[in-house]
Ligand binder design. Structure first.
Ligand SMILES: C[S@@+](CC[C@H](N)C(=O)[O-])C[C@H]1O[C@@H](n2cnc3c(N)ncnc32)[C@H](O)[C@@H]1O
Length: 218
């Protein structure tokens, strides 16, 4: 799916929100830009400091209806149940109410585990992800600590964005996508990742602003 089509999928799913804009220059790569204003939600089921704002995952997934193998890195308090529900809300359920995922699934990676309020399906450092995951994921979502001070809240060292983003390329399928939420556009190698979207994420007044950068695996 081309970036402009992904923007249209979002605009269709959230018709009462300001649309994403797609730039489609002839003979050049497409570009998507916009703003997501997500109000504060005090009933977010994920209580972790720095949790994804309520509704963020639904917005992202509306742009990736074709995603099959989804990897969440820095997954924090997200559960695999919520990751699946956000990614595939329209798939049928069986008689027991279990969502029929077929060949789709979500993998969650975090350094910390349930004793610290994190619920990864694979616990460990992103830099140590299993070698057999090479080329496996067609959609990766990343939400790193944004600063040394934030990392202290999680009880983890601050990450090296450049090393992480290069490591994520190893586990991405060619043509797969990375959605990186941060306070900056992370440094990356252009022969690994091509940026195709910048979306400002605003929660409400007096909250820090964030940037959603979307990349395609080259
Ligand atoms: C901003 S929080 C993510 C919050 C998550 N989006 C949520 O909705 O709960 C950052 C997470 O990154 C994890 N983390 C930090 N360094 C890591 C590393 N090197 N490998 C894996 N996870 C790491 C922390 O344990 C923390 O849970």
């Amino acid at each position: 799916m081309q970036p402009a089509k992904r923007a249209m999928a979002y605009n269709y799913a959230f018709p009462d929100r300001p649309p994403l804009a797609a730039h489609m220059p002839e003979g050049a790569p497409q570009w998507v830009a916009g703003t997501w204003l997500i109000g504060a939600c005090y009933k977010n089921p994920n209580p972790l400091y720095g949790a994804y704002p309520h509704g963020y995952l639904e917005r992202v997934h509306s742009m990736f209806p074709d995603a099959k193998q989804v990897l969440h890195v820095f997954s924090g308090g997200l559960t695999v149940f919520h990751a699946r529900e956000a990614a595939w809300p329209n798939l049928p359920r069986d008689a027991d109410g279990v969502r029929q995922l077929g060949d789709r699934d979500a993998t969650l990676v975090d350094l910390k585990g349930p004793e610290d309020g994190r619920f990864p399906t694979w616990q460990g450092d992103i830099m140590d992800m299993p070698a057999e995951w090479a080329g496996r994921f067609d959609l990766i979502l990343a939400d790193p600590p944004y600063s040394t001070e934030d990392a202290e809240h999680y009880g983890t060292p601050m990450v090296n964005r450049g090393k992480i983003i290069a490591r994520l390329r190893d586990v991405a399928a060619k043509g797969g996508n990375l959605v990186w939420l941060d306070q900056c556009w992370p440094m990356h190698r252009k022969n690994q990742w091509r940026t195709w979207a910048h979306i400002g994420l605003v929660r409400s007044t007096n909250h820090r602003m964030r940037l959603v950068s979307m990349f395609e695996a080259v």
